[in-house]
Design a protein around this ligand. Structure first.
Ligand code: CIR
Length: 253
């Protein structure tokens, strides 16, 4: 169960965020409203929200998931792979000791963005991507092992982050699309396969029994519901325009 979530409000600088989506420029006012609805959904799932102030220095900083990995035993501050995002994690360094006794840090030349990390119980799958390099993954696994966890790597070729295409819903259920449907690493899960046309819905979040899904993907929502989960659809269209999904917008712990 999660009790808290850290979120970071988008600033107007989000209009300059990194994107490959070709969906046009985000509407900032709409993004703020969507962010608020997202926060309310997390609250409805029982979470206390910690809101970091927005910053215009980092256009992508609302995607706070990529700045740290939070576990029950420790927090690990990331070193982001995208050059324009390096430094976003600095404010976490001040915030996290309030909530964690142990705060560790990934060092250069390692890079890792925790959008590439999926927690399955005490095991952490780490995607090797354009943002997360082998050294970043090596350091992360060493730190996880220090705290009694384990980690393993998964190579990805088509997606931005591991969790762009795969989400763990507890109870051995794994939502997956694209390249992840065929990965031997995931063959022992009960797969909920997301159609290519709805691939954005593969990034969804389990929060204390419910699953928050992006609005507008009814086929995927239906499959997740049929697997036994109450589903909460939230519209995050303005963040999709920046390649960001539901998981990216919070750090849940
Ligand atoms: C980026 O390219 O870094 C942002 N525009 C989107 C980050 C999405 N984060 C995530 O999937 N964890």
């Amino acid at each position: 169960m999660f009790t808290h979530a850290i979120v970071r409000k988008p600033s107007l600088a989000m209009l300059k965020g990194i994107t490959t989506a070709n969906l046009g420029e985000p509407d900032y006012e709409k993004a703020l409203q969507q962010h608020q609805s997202y926060v309310q959904a997390l609250q409805a799932c029982g979470l206390t929200i910690i809101t970091m102030p927005s910053t215009s220095t980092f256009p992508d900083s609302c995607f706070v998931e990529d700045t740290a990995l939070l576990t029950r035993r420790c927090a690990i501050i990331a070193r982001l792979g995208a050059p324009t995002r390096q430094g976003e994690e600095a404010d976490l360094r001040e915030l996290l000791p309030t909530y964690f006794d142990h705060v560790e840090t990934i060092e250069a030349p390692g890079t890792i963005e925790p959008g590439d990390i999926m927690m399955v119980g005490d095991h952490f799958y780490i995607g090797l991507s354009n943002r997360t390099n082998a050294e970043g993954a090596r350091q992360m696994i060493a730190l996880l092992e220090k705290y009694g966890y384990s980690g393993s790597t998964v190579v990805l070729t088509d997606m931005l982050h591991l969790k762009t295409g795969v989400s763990y819903l507890e109870n051995n259920s794994l939502v997956a699309c694209g390249e992840f449907l065929r990965k031997p690493e995931f063959s022992n899960f009960d797969l909920i396969a997301i159609d290519a046309a709805e691939s954005y819905a593969a990034n969804c979040i389990w929060v204390n029994g419910a699953v928050i899904v992006p609005a507008g993907f009814p086929n995927s929502a239906g499959k997740i519901e049929a697997a036994g989960y109450p589903v909460i659809p939230i519209d995050v269209s303005e963040f999709q325009k920046l390649d960001g999904g539901l998981s990216c917008l919070s750090l849940r712990f």
